[in-house]
Write a protein that binds this ligand. Structure first.
Ligand code: AHG
Ligand code: MN
Ligand code: MN
Length: 328
């Protein structure tokens, strides 16, 4: 069953169905184009490597960060249902400001390419997105308030994983569903219906290079995972891809916990609340998992700035609860 047919059959809000489908359709089109670029990246000129600049976060921008950003912006602009976007790669939100888009109902926040340090080494990367209903008045330009909504208000959250296959995983608040791109037809086909995250597993995921710099509770939890005196009576396996979206996808299917805590180099964590933490938190909860800062539910944070960061403890419910029990 194609994503279109599944959405038409299962999405229950009939008033908004057509408009929000236009947004999803834009995502599938841009995802196909980015997926193609990634597959051929090493064979194309001007696709691999650094762009030579930094984004607003002070991080090196890869050429593919920019290519993916432009592909998604263009798709959202032309779909007619999006009034503006916020992207990890752009300092300010973009208001599309055409007559049609001023009347459009939705804004999208996205990380065009997550895990971009992995592009040049042929390792999985992804696009993460959040769709919200605008709060500003229809007919006027979108404003910052449309983008700074609490994560629990997401209409749809999802990600595209460009892995050994390209997959779109999403939730509109009624479970989590996964679609695999059929490269022969360029259609996303339902392959994972009603995904559920195992309540626990023997897998943990963290950049352990930071372990000595984290607050003591994080190191104590990791020591628990590595000890003989844990719920499995022996060490867990460590798995860290370095692309959050890929590490999260593994947790969704096999169970596990991913932790990116505060560190001195990133005092509020490294990951961005609006482009990374919120969409994945929404999916985690819809799949029976959990997402917190170590102290507080991610989806209840009132955002104050577009590029705000948050510490992230995300994955299997029992594991996140256990990790939090070590944090004072
Ligand atoms: P992005 O490529 O969008 O900047 O995100 C990178 C993120 C995330 O994907 C990953 O888990 C984390 O940064 C890796 O950070 P470290 O290299 O500090 O482990
Ligand atoms: Mn990212
Ligand atoms: Mn990114």
């Amino acid at each position: 069953m194609t994503i279109h047919d599944f959405f038409e059959a299962e999405y229950s809000d009939s008033v908004n169905q057509q408009n929000i489908w236009a947004v999803l359709n834009a995502i599938t089109k841009a995802a196909v184009s980015v997926s193609d670029d990634l597959k051929k990246a090493a064979l194309l000129e001007n696709v691999l490597g650094s762009q030579g600049g930094q984004n607003v976060q002070g991080e090196d921008q890869q050429k593919l960060d920019v290519i993916a950003d432009l592909a998604f912006i263009e798709a959202f602009k032309s779909c007619g249902a999006v009034t503006g976007i916020g992207s990890e790669e752009n300092e300010a939100f973009v208001s599309f400001d055409t007559e049609t888009s001023k009347k459009a109902d939705y804004v999208v926040l996205f990380d065009p390419l997550d895990g971009s340090s992995n592009i040049d080494v042929n390792v999985s990367v992804g696009t993460i997105f959040s769709i919200y209903k605008r709060l500003s008045i229809s007919g006027e330009s979108t404003d910052l308030g449309d983008f700074l909504q609490v994560g629990s208000k997401q209409s749809i959250a999802g990600y595209v994983l460009y892995g050994t296959s390209t997959m779109l995983v999403l939730s509109w608040g009624e479970g989590v569903h996964g679609f695999t791109l059929d490269p022969d037809t360029n259609l996303f086909i339902l392959s994972h219906r009603n995904m559920k995250m195992p309540l626990s597993s023997r897998l943990y995921s963290m950049n352990e290079g930071n372990i000595k710099e984290c607050e003591p509770g994080v190191a104590e939890y990791i020591a628990y995972c590595q000890s003989q005196e844990n719920d499995f009576n022996g060490p867990y396996s460590g798995r860290y891809i370095g692309s959050l979206v890929a590490d999260f996808h593994r947790s969704l299917i096999k169970g596990g916990i991913y932790i990116y805590p505060n560190v001195p180099a990133a005092p509020k964590g490294r990951l961005r609340l609006l482009y990374e933490c919120n969409p994945l938190a929404f999916i985690a909860e819809q799949a029976g998992g959990m997402a917190t800062t170590g102290r507080k539910r991610i989806l209840e944070i009132e955002p104050e700035a577009l590029h705000e960061r948050a510490p992230l403890f995300i994955g299997s419910k029992n594991m996140v609860e256990k990790a939090m029990s070590f944090i004072s």
